[in-house]
Design a protein around this ligand. Structure first.
Ligand code: SF4
Ligand code: SF4
Length: 309
């Protein structure tokens, strides 16, 4: 079953697949408890909800025994116009990545159940996840042998780097499991040194300082102390990933047609972004993950990040 699942995941188009035993994430629970108590999650109050379920898959999906983790490389072939306010690479795609991965996970589940029977999933509980439920995706990916969690807190896959989406399929059957990989950051601190807001502290991320959080998740205006530190970022931030030597070594452009960039977006220059209208936003990003941030937030971010020093 182990090999069948992994080979099927690759045949469907995922770039990597691993399987971990479903068990309580005791160490992560302790870390998250103090991280939340310190308020480092900012106004992402949803992170504090379902705390027990986030750290114990059996509470989330009763009967769950195995966690299948898949990766989809999103590193783009083409980058934005260098003059433009920066959009994180994960958001280039015309189609929202949640939909792309969900469709592939559904196909994977269907192929597995065709061979091993429908009883290996519990249909009455959600068991496919893409950023959509209380699941610690990076930890499961690490446990499933798909890489290690770098000091910048992202998963680094040996062979793909860190520009990967993570999808999860929970099964209520035991199988063989993959061995976790030893962390390979060593004495490197490039991500910590490059972070313009000093949001990384050796494997812990203060979301309140992170440009990704400030430009996407946060409901508040960007605090004054960070306005001059956005480094041209308008939606998300790739700075710590871009400087990581493992990405320089391993990240290669994805070959997923489903992730083709939203029409024209990569060629827009600064003034085209500044003059983006609500209608143009609605049309260009109608299926994109960018619409989750919303037009108003994006325009505010553009205005802050392009203001003269
Ligand atoms: S995403 Fe940007 S702001 Fe956040 S930790 Fe990385 S470099 Fe710092
Ligand atoms: S930049 Fe260095 S420390 Fe940071 S994640 Fe990459 S290897 Fe690890």
């Amino acid at each position: 079953m182990h090999n069948f699942i992994k080979q099927t995941a690759l045949s469907i188009g995922f770039d990597a697949c691993g399987i971990a035993k479903a068990e309580a994430l005791t160490e992560d629970a302790a870390f998250m408890e103090s991280w939340l108590a310190e308020g480092q999650h900012g106004d992402m109050s949803w992170l504090a909800r379902n705390f027990e379920k986030r750290t114990n898959p059996q509470l989330l999906v009763p009967g769950c025994k195995s966690v299948v983790v898949v990766l989809l490389n999103y590193f783009p072939e083409e980058k934005q116009n260098p003059d433009a306010p920066k959009i994180a690479k994960y958001a280039y795609s015309e189609t929202d990545y949640h939909l792309v991965i969900k469709a592939k996970l559904n196909e994977l589940e269907q192929k597995i159940t065709e061979v091993y029977g429908k009883d290996i999933v519990v249909p009455e509980f959600q068991h496919l996840f893409v950023d959509s439920a209380p699941v610690l995706e990076r930890r499961w990916a690490q446990r499933a042998g798909l890489g290690w969690i770098g000091k910048h807190t992202q998963l680094i896959h040996p062979g793909l780097g860190s520009y990967c989406f993570i999808g999860i399929l929970m099964l209520n059957v035991e199988t063989q499991y993959d061995e976790p990989i030893r962390p390979q950051c060593g004495s490197c601190t490039r991500c910590m040194d490059a972070c313009p807001t000093k949001a990384i502290n050796n494997g812990s991320l203060d979301a309140r300082r992170c440009i990704s959080f400030l430009t996407i998740e946060s409901k508040s205006d960007i605090p004054d102390e960070f306005q001059s530190k956005l480094s041209g970022c308008a939606l998300g931030c790739d700075i710590c990933a871009d400087v990581c030597p493992w990405n320089a070594k391993w990240a290669v452009p994805n070959n997923h047609t489903e992730l083709k960039p939203a029409a024209g977006m990569l060629h827009w220059d600064k003034s085209e972004w500044q003059n983006l209208s609500q209608e143009q936003f609605n049309v260009t990003f109608r299926h994109s993950a960018i619409k989750r941030a919303g037009f108003v937030k994006l325009k505010k971010n553009i205005s802050v990040t392009t203001q003269p020093e």
